[in-house]
Design a protein around this ligand. Structure first.
Ligand code: GTP
Ligand code: MG
Length: 327
């Protein structure tokens, strides 16, 4: 649960003059909207470039970056302030371990975030991949189940390694396809209806964290399509912060989560009572086996419904969508 007290921002001087001017303007706009602190949560699969993106945001190496599996799987919050404006960024451990969603990491993140308010959520993935798979959907589902799908109203996607040159497609065509693919997985994993997804306004921002990223004449790091990606990222972040949707405050109930065992316990007296009376009535009947089977089916359906519904931040609409498969 390590965190740092906000201090002046030494890395700010590492940005080009042009970038510094743009950032100062964005922070000034936020302050005019009475936003003097911004807290950004960064999550994603392992090794996708979360910590590198945090370092890029601060212009200095605050988070440790590793090409290999990172150690010490604890979230960390880094804070810097500039002209009365404080930027907090929370770096988190990767959400995948051995090909599965890392529930331990999710629980650690939830506990770390208790009573913190998240203004912007950055979901990080890599630009230079061609296929998403079920694991991506599971990761997005795990985030949604843990924090509610409102987190996506405060969300944006960062795709790292954006200096990648696609072998077959033109850069623009590839980035459009890649963005479309990840947004589709978010829609599916977060149980958002197709026609409502537009309202979430989730932007996809391409990022190149490598120090070998090309620069333009103003000293700004640019992508192959000429975008100065860092000021663009910061502008999207401030747009999300000011989009008037509800910021995410992590409450104890998010951490407690569902307790399937407790749900089972609720059923026990009911089942016993049902069995006692019905079996007593039917003990000489040929239909006893059918009755017991029916009981079992009812029990299974009840448990399934409880398990599907009982998740933090989950609404009945999402629940119905999941059950009906209309997602
Ligand atoms: N070329 C390039 N390499 C990147 C980029 N972002 C990250 N990397 C590299 O990818 C590797 C993993 O980066 P990290 O920032 O540690 O990734 P992470 O998501 O924090 O990893 P975990 O904390 O282990 O989950 C490191 O070798 C980085 O240098 C990028 O945009 N371009
Ligand atoms: Mg990391």
């Amino acid at each position: 649960m390590a965190s740092q007290v906000a201090r002046e921002w030494p890395g700010f001087q590492n940005f080009s003059d042009s970038t510094q001017a743009k950032l100062d303007l964005l922070f000034e706009n936020l302050k005019q909207e009475n936003v003097s602190t911004l807290t950004i949560l960064v999550m994603g699969k392992s090794g996708v470039g979360k910590s590198s993106t945090v370092n890029s945001i601060f212009g200095e190496r605050v988070a440790s970056v590793s090409a290999f599996q990172s150690e010490g799987p604890s979230p960390l919050m880094f804070s810097r302030s500039r002209g009365g404006f404080t930027l907090n960024v929370i770096d988190t451990p990767g959400l995948v371990e051995g090909g599965y969603v890392n529930e331990h990491a999710i629980n650690t993140i939830k506990r770390f975030l208790l009573n913190k308010t998240i203004d912007v959520f950055i979901y990080v993935d890599r630009f230079d991949v061609y296929r998403q798979d079920n694991l991506d959907r599971q990761v997005i589902k795990a985030i949604t189940d843990s924090f509610g799908n409102g987190i996506w109203r405060r969300g944006l996607v960062v795709l790292t390694h954006a200096q990648f040159t696609p072998p077959a497609d033109a850069y623009y065509a590839f980035s459009a396809k890649r963005s479309e693919a990840i947004l589709k997985f978010i829609r599916l994993g977060a149980y958002i209806k197709t026609r409502e997804f537009q309202d979430y306004g989730i932007s996809v921002v391409l990022v190149e964290n490598s120090s070998r990223c090309k620069m333009d004449g103003l000293g700004e790091r640019i992508l192959p399509d000429g975008t100065a990606w860092f000021p663009h990222l910061m502008r999207v972040i401030t747009d999300v912060a000011m989009n008037h949707s509800k910021a995410i405050t992590v409450k104890q109930k998010f951490i407690d989560g569902p307790n399937p065992n407790a749900k089972w316990k609720l059923f026990i007296p009911l089942i016993l009572a049902f069995q006692y009376f019905c079996v007593a009535d039917f003990k000489s009947s040929k239909h006893l086996v059918v009755l017991l089977l029916l009981q079992l089916i009812v029990l299974c359906i009840g448990l399934l419904l409880c398990r599907l519904y009982n998740r933090p931040g989950r609404s009945w609409r999402e629940f119905v969508l999941t059950v009906s498969g209309n997602n």
